[in-house]
Design a protein around this ligand. Structure first.
Ligand SMILES: N=NNCCOCCOc1ccc(-c2cn(C[C@@H]3NC[C@@H](O)[C@H]3O)nn2)cc1
Length: 447
């Protein structure tokens, strides 16, 4: 047996998001979001599921925090529903919404759990979307107004802020692929959205600095890793494009102050151009304090003419898959982390999401999810290896504390280390919960 020992200052946590766990979508003064609209649109979400009830965490957050206390986490990453704070996106503030998050944060602090707050985890106020959403540059200032209020309201309580969760999902998945809200399929629109998210991120960081806020701010891109199937240049180039879709397009503007030219040129061949205004790139590339990395999967890939957006196809080389059909690829976790560290420098990294989908159900009060524990084990080995190779990783937060509303998959796909009975809202700690609890307590695990 070998011991995988983490450094003494390693931080451990769990992550969730407002629309996925809160429910109470018409309570507490909350306004509608694009996910309320999208989930109620026939055919968009498996089984017609929606976030009306979800895990009931709007009312059960105290129980969730007791579970986290038992788990022994250092950090809890949650997101604030913008439409709970500004039901109409801007203007009148909803005090009930602020009160809810104060109660949540105060309870966390009582338990010695550090709140890590994501300002935008996809639940855009519908009123903002009705005004063009992220395609409209006015949304940038609406977001900064929301962030400014949150900074002032929670100063001294929240010390870790994330501007945007997975801008790739918000831009390309939601406005080109069309699988998430608002469900557009327009590459130029997606490129516009990505740029406006970047500008909003930069302006928010500037505001955070202007306010002299105590604490740290970053963002949380999701990344995949595509490994060339061969050493043929066409395969290498195809995987560079596929990787750049997730990494370079969202890291270069922040860390280099420019978009990757080879991708700008590629998008131009597809009819999508960047609309950069004076000062945008300086705004976007404000120094940040940390970066959140969300990693789930990757693949071996190769060139295939006219395949997808990048003449690139994934190759199924026999990877095991989770119940949502994603490859289990822990080597890709190591590769993407070392790539990011080599390319973008020593920026402190928190793994803000990593986890797996397995749909095991309780039997006699126990959930035997050994496959999830094995996924965690394999990916923590890769994480440890990356740290041993100099990657500046400060913490690991698994996705997710609870089974929850998995977007277009609805409740059919379970990512939690705690099972949720969606009829009774009963929580059941899975076997993986106890493995993770022991790993946190020991700060090591055996392989
Ligand atoms: N990649 N190309 N796809 C081509 C066509 O795919 C169609 C569907 O694509 C995707 C791609 C990625 C995801 C995804 C989901 N999560 C998990 C959430 N992370 C934030 C948190 O809220 C978790 O729930 N992370 N990523 C979903 C669907």
């Amino acid at each position: 047996m070998a011991i995988i020992q983490f450094p003494k200052d390693m931080k451990w946590g769990v992550a969730t998001a407002s629309y996925q766990i809160e429910g109470a979508v018409k309570e507490g003064g909350r306004g509608p979001s694009i996910w309320d609209t999208f989930s109620k649109t026939p055919g968009k979400v498996v089984n017609g599921d929606n976030g009306d009830v979800a895990c009931g965490s709007y009312y059960k957050y105290g129980e969730d925090i007791e579970i986290m206390d038992d788990l022994g986490v250092d950090y809890y990453r949650f997101s604030v529903a913008w439409p709970r704070i500004f039901p109409n996106g801007t203007g009148e503030v909803n005090q009930e919404g602020l009160n809810y998050y104060h109660n949540l944060v105060d309870r966390l602090l009582e338990k010695g759990i550090e709140p890590m707050c994501t300002l935008y985890h996809w639940d855009l106020p519908q009123v903002i979307q009705d005004n063009g959403g992220w395609d409209n540059r006015e949304t940038i200032d609406a977001f900064v107004e929301y962030a400014d209020l949150m900074f002032k309201e929670f100063e001294g309580k929240i010390k870790y802020w994330i501007t945007f969760n997975e801008p790739w999902c918000v831009s390309f998945l939601s406005n080109f692929i069309g699988a998430h809200a608002p469900g557009n399929k327009d590459l130029q629109l997606a490129v516009n959205v990505a740029h406006h998210l970047h500008v909003a991120h930069g302006k928010t960081v500037i505001r955070f600095r202007e306010l002299g806020m105590e604490g740290k701010i970053g963002y949380a891109p999701n990344v995949e890793w595509n490994e060339p199937y061969s050493d043929k240049q066409e395969d290498i180039d195809a995987c560079n494009r596929a990787n750049a879709f997730f990494i370079d397009w969202f890291f270069d503007p922040v860390f280099k102050g420019s978009y990757p030219q080879f991708m700008v040129d590629w998008f131009a061949t597809k009819g999508a151009t960047l609309n950069i205004q004076d000062g945008d790139m300086e705004t976007i590339s404000q120094p940040i304090d940390f970066i959140g990395i969300n990693y789930y999967t990757g693949s071996v890939g190769r060139y295939k003419e006219n395949e997808g957006l990048f003449d690139h196809e994934r190759v199924d080389t026999g990877y095991q898959k989770t119940d949502i059909g994603w490859n289990i690829y822990p080597e890709g976790f190591y590769k993407v982390l070392t790539h990011i560290s080599k390319t973008y420098g020593d920026v402190p990294i928190y793994i803000t999401e990593n986890g797996s989908c397995y749909n095991d159900e309780p039997e006699n009060g126990q959930v035997k999810d050994e496959r999830r524990t094995e996924y965690l084990r394999q990916h923590l080995v890769s994480l440890h290896r990356a740290m041993e190779n100099g990657v500046n990783i400060k913490g690991y937060l698994t996705w997710s504390l609870l089974d929850n509303f998995e977007w277009a998959e609805g409740y059919s796909m379970r990512f939690g280390i705690v099972h949720v009975n969606y009829r009774t809202l009963e929580r059941t700690k899975k076997d993986s919960f106890y493995w993770y609890k022991q790993t946190i307590a020991n700060n090591f695990f055996e392989v």
